[in-house]
Design a protein. Structure first.
Lengths: 252, 95
């Protein structure tokens, strides 16, 4: 893997993370218990779709083979998606969704901040734009995690279970593979060890605020970044790609 | 599930600097921070604002519709309160 192919792989991965999470959140549209949160979720999902489009367009340009954002989103198979396993996990209940977002966005926000100063101007520009969106998401979702954790006995118990269940998918975010290492050394991308330390400090503070216990660090699931997914991704992709697969080239 | 509704908040948006906040609508929220977020997500999705105020609807003191006559009708026949009886001196163009 050389400098350019690492950048392409990295940017595609950013697009995959944003698309798979956004698609998951869209499943909840018209299913929220409160109108105001319904709008917030749809807004956030659209932010992710917008980011996926920018990253995929950028990837197409880096690749130089004329692939468009749609080719990346709709014409790749499951094993070609390199999103984090955390993001393809089912929505579960409201506490599960909020927990998943806080765990990921704390990492993603720091990742984007680092990328905003990286040496590829296109990636830096997209990261700077996305950073503002995620800054707001984090504010909103962190408040909810604290509200649920420090809320009623029932909400506390349920969201503690969410944290316990999703914790095993957080290790993958900080596992540096060849793509991450080249991105850091050749392009000034984030150092995942530094991100991990910052993330641990941040999540500690939030969990304390939310009166939640931090799970014991144990076995961590990984593989998403290498294209080895849990059973959930296939269903997401089947639904998402159905139209383009059965009516190739269909557009508005 | 509890059937209780969250309290109602009124939302005021300032569309750009220098203008005043105007009532945009209302939202339900369990606390002040949630109200601010909900107002942002509900009423500023299309770049409508640069500043948001939210206030609990129950904190607003409103005039009583039954007292409309006593409140507002006495002003109707006092046309001298409108500045329409002054002769403008020649040469004053910009008033």
């Amino acid at each position: 893997m050389n400098k350019d192919s690492a950048l392409l792989a990295y940017v595609t991965r950013l697009g995959d993370n944003a698309l798979v999470l956004g698609q998951r959140m869209i499943e909840l549209v018209a299913a929220y218990p409160e109108l105001e949160e319904e709008l917030a979720n749809a807004n956030f999902a659209l932010d992710y779709l917008g980011q996926a489009r920018m990253f995929y367009t950028c990837a197409g340009e880096l690749e130089g083979k004329g692939r468009s954002e749609d080719d990346f989103a709709f014409l790749r198979d499951e094993h070609e998606f390199r999103n984090l396993l955390l993001l393809e996990q089912p929505n579960g209940h409201f506490g599960d969704s909020i927990t998943k977002l806080v765990l990921f966005e704390l990492f993603y926000f720091a990742q984007l901040q680092a990328l905003a100063g990286c040496e590829d101007p296109r990636v830096a520009e997209i990261a700077a734009r996305a950073e503002k969106e995620i800054r707001y998401h984090l504010r909103h979702n962190t408040q909810w995690l604290v509200r649920l954790g420090d809320g009623t006995e029932e909400s506390h118990g349920r969201v503690q279970e969410s944290v316990n269940a999703l914790w095993r998918y957080t290790g993958e975010m900080f596992e540096a593979d060849e793509t991450d290492t080249i991105m850091e050394r050749a392009w000034g991308g984030p150092n995942l060890e530094q991100l991990r330390e910052r993330w641990l400090a941040d999540i500690d503070a939030i969990l304390i605020n939310a009166t939640l216990d931090k799970p014991e660090s144990g076995w961590m699931a990984s593989g998403g970044k290498a294209g080895r997914h849990t059973e959930h991704l296939g269903y997401i992709i089947a639904e998402m790609q159905y139209l383009q697969r059965s009516h190739a080239g269909a557009s508005w | 599930m509890s059937e209780k509704e969250w309290p109602l908040y009124e939302v005021f948006i300032r569309s750009k600097s220098g203008l005043s906040h105007r009532h945009a609508g209302s939202i339900h929220a369990a606390d002040d921070q949630m109200a601010l977020d909900a107002a942002r997500d509900t009423y500023t999705r299309r770049s409508e604002g640069v500043s948001i105020w939210v206030v609990r609807s129950s904190k607003i003191v409103a005039s009583d519709p039954a007292e409309t006559a006593a409140f507002f009708e006495p002003a109707e026949d006092k046309i001298y309160r409108h500045p329409t009886f002054y002769e403008m001196p020649d040469g004053v163009d910009n008033l």
